[in-house]
Design a protein around this ligand. Structure first.
Ligand code: HEM
Length: 287
């Protein structure tokens, strides 16, 4: 009789623990889905900005130097300018379709699309890293040496992460492929995240705070590394928490992931308002 009630008690405890882990996992997934919706909106806003400011502006007679934020673009010509366009314009494709690689339903039901979109993403990602490294160190598109180190490391890590993501896909190690592909995605999008973090930082501090015009202030340097290291750390936290059996660590990870989503939201709103909308408007008004 006593043994039966002890067994019943432990079964009830197990059921409660199971339910609580299930709830925590659902909250974790919600945090990632919230981030995804915010990121997708921000990525498409960035793509719209690239297409209007770097492509459409050329057809409506706007001087590129008057509408793009980068000073180096204003002085560039010949091969360097061609490289600059080759660097920037494919970013529109990456921003429009890159996110779709993360949607499980598309991965499972439209495999050919996932495969081809992935191949294009990886190829353009490597090309973006190499042309970026050339622009920065070959064509002299940099405001300062120290301020360029974060994006330089980013340019070195992109081909490394893509190499592993591609290799694991070919070898059908899809668990490892997904992990490296997510890191490739975050590294390739660091240029977008940097703009989010920089504008978000300005918004939260109501102006510059540790920033300067050559982007080598302490805050600029911190953000130039954080724009890929922080999202990559959050991705690792997510992968780790998916393996947890108890609810407590999953709840902790979920709270951190929600903070990550909030930072992305502040960044998207700030970059859209301060960086992209005014330039998009300039082009639209010239149409
Ligand atoms: C695949 C990853 C990358 C993508 C998708 C990408 C995309 C872009 C885009 C869209 C712009 C124009 C930004 C704007 O108007 O606000 C830009 C500018 C620039 N990128 Fe990249 N980029 C990538 C990686 C890199 C790397 C690794 C470097 C250098 C090591 C780099 C160096 C530059 C430079 C020098 C500029 C122009 C000046 C500036 O805004 O700082 N990019 N990139």
């Amino acid at each position: 009789m006593k043994m039966n009630s002890t067994r019943q008690l432990s079964e009830t405890q197990m059921q409660t623990a199971f339910k609580s882990t299930k709830k925590a996992n659902a909250a974790l997934d919600l945090s990632v889905k919230s981030w995804f919706v915010i990121a997708l909106t921000g990525q498409w806003a960035f793509a719209l900005y690239i297409l209007l400011v770097y492509v459409v502006s050329q057809f409506v007679g706007i001087e590129l130097g008057n509408v793009v934020p980068a000073q180096s673009f204003k002085k560039a010509d010949g091969v360097d300018l061609a490289f600059a366009f080759l660097h920037v314009i494919p970013a529109a494709y990456l921003s429009i379709l890159g996110c779709t690689q993360l949607i499980p339903a598309l991965r499972n039901n439209y495999r050919a699309f996932h495969r081809w979109n992935g191949r294009i993403f990886f190829t353009l990602g490597i090309s973006g890293a190499l042309t970026g490294l050339y622009l920065q160190w070959g064509a002299g598109f940099r405001l300062s040496d120290i301020g360029s180190l974060g994006i330089t490391l980013n340019g070195i890590l992109i081909p490394v992460a893509i190499f592993f993501a591609w290799k694991h896909a070919i070898n059908k190690r899809f668990d490892l492929h997904m992990r490296w592909a997510v890191h490739s995605f975050l590294l390739v999008n660091a240029v977008w995240t940097f703009r989010l973090y920089l504008m978000g930082w300005y918004m939260v501090n109501q102006g510059p705070n540790g920033n300067n015009s050559t982007l080598d202030g302490p805050a600029d340097i911190m953000l130039s590394f954080a724009c890929y290291l922080l999202p990559m750390a959050l991705a690792e936290l997510y992968f780790w928490s998916k393996k947890q059996k108890h609810s407590k660590p999953i709840w902790w990870a979920t709270s951190v992931m929600f903070v990550g989503a909030l930072i992305t939201l502040i960044g998207v709103v700030s970059a859209a308002l301060m960086m992209w909308a005014p330039r998009i408007n300039m082009v639209l008004q010239a149409l």
